[in-house]
Write a protein that binds this ligand. Structure first.
Ligand code: NAP
Length: 159
C-alpha cells in the first residue's frame, strides 16, 4: 500500500542544508513524495545523508540540481508540485562582500523560486527567512513579487 501523502509532491530547495535536511526528513517520515534541490548531486558529502534517509523512510526523494543565481533553474523541479518549501540561501557571516555573497543570491534566488511557483500554479509556498530578513531585501523581494505577479498562491514567511 502506498504511504499516506504519497500522492502529494513537495519541492524543497536547499535540501543539503541544515533546515532543508530536517524538512526532508519530516516529509519522508509522513510519506510525501519530495523533490529536493542541491547545487551538485555528485557532491556525496552533501547528499549521502539524504539518500540514506530516503532508503529508510516511507516517502520518496528525487534530487534535482538548481542554482539560486540562474534564472529559470527551478522551473522543472517546481512544475507539477503541490507545495514548495524554499530553504536554500547562503547562511554564513564571514564575508567581505555581503551584497554579492548573501543578499544577491537570497533575493535573486527567492525571486527565481517564486517566479517558477507562479508559472506552475503552486498552491502554497513557504519561504524560510531569518530574523535578519526582517530588515533586509528578501522580505521586500517576496512582497514585491506577490504584488507584481498577482500570484494566486499563498506565500508564508517562516522565521
Ligand atoms: N539554521 C537556523 O537556525 C535558521 C533559523 C532561521 C532561519 N534560517 C534560514 O534558513 C535558511 C537556510 O539555513 P540553513 O541553516 O539550512 O543554512 P545551510 O545549512 O547553510 O544551508 C543552506 C542551503 O542553501 C543552499 N545554497 C546556498 N547557496 C546556494 C545557491 N547559490 N544555489 C542553490 N543553493 C544554494 C546550500 O546548498 P549547498 O549545499 O550547495 O551549499 C544549502 O543547501 C537561511 O535563509 C537561513 O537564514 C536558518
Amino acid at each position: 500500500m502506498a504511504p499516506q501523502h504519497a500522492a502529494q509532491v513537495v519541492t524543497v530547495t536547499g535540501v543539503s542544508g541544515y533546515i532543508g535536511s530536517e524538512v526532508v526528513k519530516q516529509l519522508l517520515e509522513k510519506g510525501y513524495t519530495v523533490r529536493g534541490t542541491v547545487r551538485s548531486k555528485s557532491n556525496t558529502s552533501k547528499v549521502q545523508h539524504l539518500l540514506t534517509l530516503s532508503d529508510a523512510l516511507p516517502g520518496q526523494l528525487e534530487l534535482f540540481e538548481a542554482d539560486l543565481l540562474k534564472a529559470g533553474d527551478f522551473d522543472d523541479v517546481v512544475r507539477g508540485a503541490d507545495f514548495v518549501l524554499h530553504t536554500a540561501s547562503p547562511f554564513f557571516t564571514e564575508t567581505s562582500d555581503p551584497q554579492k555573497d548573501l543578499v544577491d543570491p537570497a533575493v535573486n534566488g527567492t525571486t527565481n523560486v517564486l517566479n517558477a511557483a507562479g508559472k506552475a500554479g503552486i498552491k502554497r509556498v513557504v519561504v524560510t527567512s531569518s530574523v535578519a530578513g526582517r530588515q533586509c531585501a528578501v522580505r521586500t523581494a517576496c512582497t514585491n513579487m506577490v504584488l507584481q505577479c498577482g500570484l494566486k498562491f499563498q506565500v508564508m514567511l517562516q522565521l
